[in-house]
Design a protein around this ligand. Sequence first.
Ligand code: KG4
Ligand code: ZN
Length: 334
Amino acid sequence: MLILAIESSCDETSAAVVKDGHEVLSNVIASQIEFHKKYGGIVPEVASRKHIEVINPIIKEALDQANVGFKDINAVAVTCGPGLVGSLLVGVCAAKAIAYSLNIPLIGVNHLEGHMYANFLIPQSPSPQFPFIALLVSGGHTMIVEAKDHGKYKVLGQTRDDAAGEAFDKVARFLKLGFPGGPVIDKLAREGNPKAVDFKRPMIEKEFHYDFSFSGIKTAVVNLVMRNTSCVMRVEDIVASFQQAVVDVLVEKTIKAAVNHNIKTVCLAGGVSANSLLRKQLKEAGEKEGLAVILPSLEYTTDNAAMIGCAGYYRLLNGKVADFSLRPSAILKL
Ligand code: KG4
Ligand code: ZN
């Protein structure tokens, strides 16, 4: 079973060929980051236009790298939300055209579900066993999900304001460290002291409560820097302390969710799952509680089509095929 997968929900245009749901034959990603950098964030209109320019060559490249042609493809999976609607539209239209012309199934995939399935791709082994708790942390979302089976998810908690990735991006922008902020802060924090500033860990104390709030930590960083204009503090120490506060909350709530629901497996997903401290701390804390902690392979942490191909495979197995009325949704729920 060969699935051609397409992802264009934000600022990456990606196409992949995935065999039998798990084996990635190709995963081509064109990042637009250079075009958005100068604005300090994603400009939706620019994003849609860039997707249109590269979508066809990227699909061709994915087929070429996998050494297959259109005739070999059995189904097309595409991200249909959530995301930027103009960006999503480009991928959805391309997928519809391919499915229609080849007369093969079209599968609409939720981007967040796709991130979770990054944990099912080879070389990840073993694949997560259901039920599991997923910590889904990206630029647009932060949630704890109870995954009961393929396609059966319950959101246990989510952010009430900024997503974790958004907080990294905003803090980095404020400190003029560049965009996207997550990877820069991750790197810089390695040279800093995470105990330099004791930022409040928001909502950490609530036992059966899995919501998050990150805008307060972001504001605390801003206030700290504004108050210390003759700042003697190193930026490395500030970002290390900020990152530590965010990671402490994410890890503690995820482990609590697993323990309180008597679930033995925890998975990490979304762009922020690339964060080195989060990966280390979640693994250590989970294993201390006797949990299996599954981390996605680094190459599948940020937006990519391979994860969409994997999620699409399981949707297809469960008969969840879309028709040509499939429309992108900016606010699609998990
Ligand atoms: O999943 P993703 O690629 O796009 C969305 O679906 O939003 O996530 C992008 C987010 C950005 O906010 C970026 O700063 C963050 O993931 N990110 C990281 C790291 N790498 C990417 N955050 C923290 N540490 C990282 N190493
Ligand atoms: Zn994403």
